[in-house]
Design a protein around this ligand. Structure first.
Ligand SMILES: *Cc1c(COP(=O)(O)O)cnc(C)c1O
Length: 391
């Protein structure tokens, strides 16, 4: 056995893999930190469902956060069914039937261009009114400033379609919207927000002064160690002071909500040799940890070191037929044996929401662990029908 994240409180012989295991106490720790930001800054913190949509935890999350932001109709419907609270939606483009449906239950729709607003704002306002509600119309803008270095995650990269450029907007735009929105950060600290704010206000200051709400997007890595929360609180408070017309500032982190709150567990099935020893796991990286390939990055494993650091080094790979179904090389104190379980760290975010069944791979169990009671709940298991149902 390599290591045991459950401290002996779960029977590992019976523990089913592959599985995502979310730790409720770690999730709650994050939520408390986010709630403190909300209380101290008067910003409203929303969960971005794109990163984490494990709705079995929404009852817990909604005790701390008052709403969600969705990337479209499906996430918004999940938010309505399991989260409640404020429901915000942004997408680069909407279809008329989606706007009609969203306007019956969402609090805001954030559009990506003035053309989308001209096309849909009236429909949204009219539909909302007919349902006896009020809806806020937002515009995502592109401040043309981002410090994100990985280009596929940089919304301000050259040629980006995300957010309206200042030069694309007419003089009348401020009269058409209630909220101005930007999202330009990824896993960053509040100093980046501070520099971004400067560009945002310089480019869009006249619009900011004429709307009721401002949304600073996601990418705020608030719950990681070393994050400067004090600076974030100050940025938001100063923003309120400079723009007395702003009723609410929103932050919509995804990652920060469930950061380091869960693991991905996979078992060793076989060890083969080709130059190095290679352990084949009962998972598939492109299906179950796609960011490892997409980003790319090397996830940490509990109890494992860099290659050569500990006595036994292995390359780790999954059991799909893709040659690139590999995690990288890791070293261990003991040789890996069949049935050993490896726990990959920080696997609640951008995992369950991104799985696929390429190569006929099954989907991992979704588990919840409560360290206080020592109780492990398998909240979801999948089978053949989940694979077949999408084809
Ligand atoms: C992805 C996304 C978020 C959440 O980003 P994190 O990096 O997970 O915090 C928030 N808002 C928008 C518009 C997004 O696209």
């Amino acid at each position: 056995m390599v290591s045991d994240i459950f401290n002996g409180r779960v029977d590992l012989q019976k523990f089913r893999t592959p599985a995502y295991v979310t730790f409720l106490d770690k999730l709650e720790e994050n939520l408390k930190a986010l709630k403190r930001v909300e209380d101290e800054s008067n910003a409203r913190v929303l969960l971005a469902l794109k990163a984490f949509s494990m709705y079995e935890t929404f009852a817990l999350i909604s005790r701390y956060l008052k709403g969600t932001v969705s990337s479209g109709i499906n996430e918004a419907m999940l938010a309505r069914e399991y989260f409640g609270g404020e429901i915000h939606v942004y997408a680069p483009a909407f279809k008329a039937e989606e706007v009609r449906a969203l306007a019956t239950f969402c609090d805001s729709i954030v559009f990506n261009s003035e053309a989308q607003i001209d096309k849909f704002a009236n429909l949204a306002r009219k539909t909302a009114r007919e349902s006896g509600r009020e809806i806020h119309i937002g515009l995502r803008v592109n401040p043309e400033y981002s410090e994100v270095e990985t280009q596929i995650y940089n919304p301000c990269a050259r040629g980006s379609r995300l957010g309206a450029l200042r030069e694309s907007l007419t003089d009348g735009i401020a009269d058409k919207i209630d909220m101005i929105h930007f999202h330009t950060m990824c896993e960053q600290n509040s100093d980046v927000l501070e520099r971004t704010m400067h560009h945002f206000e310089k480019k869009f200051g006249d619009i900011i002064d004429r709307v009721r709400f401002a949304n600073f997007g996601g990418g705020h890595h608030i719950t990681r160690s070393g994050y400067d929360t004090g600076r974030l609180v100050k940025i938001v408070k100063d923003f309120y002071t400079r723009h007395s017309n702003i009723e609410k500032v929103y932050l919509e982190p995804g990652e920060a909500v469930a950061l380091n709150a869960g693991y991905f567990a996979a078992r060793v099935m076989e060890v083969v040799k080709n130059g190095v020893e290679i352990a084949i796991l009962d998972c598939a990286v492109p299906c179950h940890m796609p960011d490892v390939i997409e980003m790319p990055y090397r996830p940490r494993i509990v109890g494992a070191g860099e290659p050569g650091e500990k006595k036994y080094t292995y390359a780790l790979g999954g059991r799909s037929c893709l040659s690139g179904d590999r995690v990288g090389e890791y070293s261990f104190d003991e040789p890996l044996r069949e049935n050993d379980i490896l726990f990959f760290e920080d696997m609640s975010i951008y995992t369950m929401v991104k799985t696929n069944t390429f190569n006929g791979m099954g989907l991992p169990d979704i588990d919840m662990f409560d360290s206080r009671s020592g109780r492990l709940d398998v909240v979801k298991s999948f089978g053949y029908s989940d694979f077949k149902g999408r084809l």
